[in-house]
Design a protein around this ligand. Structure first.
Ligand SMILES: O=C[C@H](O)COP(=O)(O)O
Length: 333
């Protein structure tokens, strides 16, 4: 794993030595973000494709399947969500395979803010986190005061993690400082007001399918990390193009370079459209090759997914019994 990148050299690394300088004003931030090296799209896609063809041994496959389960943010983000549906999802997250108690638990249950209390109560002391989407998810179109209130309410209800969306309109118009400040303020709103001094972890969603270029995805990654994101996340799952291997690779490389330049470690969450064990394993290979084993844990890598768990459970059972179960083995969400 490379440890001494960034490829953009001494000059950018020096600028990063003082984060305050980089983010002191609109023009400084723009200069920095536009000074990042451009993404070679052909090379990126080739790297992502090559990593996707790596085969892994059966023993490694069993390990990878369990690791992937433990990294899932099991998600329901529908207008029709009910407390009952959220409770069943929590029960599934705690005990994914009722016929096999060795199946690991998921990392988090991801819901809209109004479902946080229900999820919190259902998960009790299972150790599974509650992640709430916030800041006018999925569009991100609301006044900042509304976004901050949305965040504070979810945190007060017990959310362990906040998944915020950036204002893509502001970003695409080049209003980077505005996006930066918004992330900073949402991060401040993640601090619990119970005197504990703790804060919900902040994941920043870019909606990469709307960002038009890989260069923009790289800029958004740096912008969010400079503003204090604990995780950077590809997508909401609500637009036509969600997580893809190349776009996730841009995030992973930005995290690698940010760590090398600034010394701060950030997690990555591809989300939306990841449905098969095969795809999940490709992502894990990519994480291992780009960031190394250190990132192969739910603390640093998550899958945002509503149906991936079912396929992982089917493949897990196939590996241990040699056959697939009937269609009623997994619950249909
Ligand atoms: O963050 C998670 C996504 O909303 C889930 O998307 P999915 O239903 O395509 O798995």
């Amino acid at each position: 794993m490379p440890t001494t990148v960034p490829a953009y050299g001494e000059e950018a690394a020096e600028r990063l030595a003082s984060m305050a300088d980089v983010t002191a004003g609109d023009s400084a931030l723009r200069r920095f973000l536009h000074g990042l090296p451009g993404v070679d799209a052909v090379g990126l896609q080739a790297r992502a494709a090559t990593l996707g063809t790596r085969s892994i041994k059966t023993t490694a496959k069993a390990y990878a399947i369990d690791l992937a389960i433990s990294m899932i943010d099991l998600t329901t983000l529908e207008g029709a969500d009910t407390p009952g549906k959220v409770r069943s999802l929590c029960a599934k997250g705690i005990n994914p395979d009722p016929t096999d108690r060795t199946a690991p638990r998921v990392a988090a249950i991801c819901v809209y803010g109004d479902m946080v209390a229900t999820a919190k109560e259902a998960l009790k002391d299972s150790g599974i986190h509650v992640a709430a989407v916030a800041t006018a998810f999925p569009s991100g179109r609301a006044a900042l005061s509304v976004k901050l209130a949305d965040t504070r309410e979810a945190v007060a209800a017990g959310a362990d993690e906040i998944d915020m969306v950036i204002d893509r309109g502001a970003f695409l118009s080049g209003r980077y400082l505005e996006v930066f400040e918004e992330i900073r303020q949402v991060k401040a709103a993640c601090v619990r007001e119970d005197g504990s001094g703790t804060a919900a972890h902040l994941k920043v969603i870019f909606e990469t399918g709307e960002l038009q270029t890989y260069d923009n995805v790289r800029r958004a990654s740096w912008l969010a990390m400079l503003a204090g994101a604990d995780f950077i996340k590809t997508s909401t799952g609500k637009v036509a193009v969600n997580a893809t291997p190349p776009v996730t690779l841009v995030l992973l490389e930005a995290v690698r370079d940010f760590r090398a330049a600034v010394g701060v470690r950030v997690g990555v969450k591809p989300a939306g459209g990841i449905r098969t064990s095969k795809d999940a394993i490709k992502y894990l290979v990519m994480v291992n090759e780009t960031l190394g084993e250190e990132w192969l844990s739910p603390e640093w890598f998550r899958f945002g997914a509503s149906s991936l768990l079912n396929d992982l459970l089917m493949q897990r059972q196939k590996l241990s019994t040699g056959r697939y179960s009937g269609p009623d083995y997994v619950t249909v969400d």
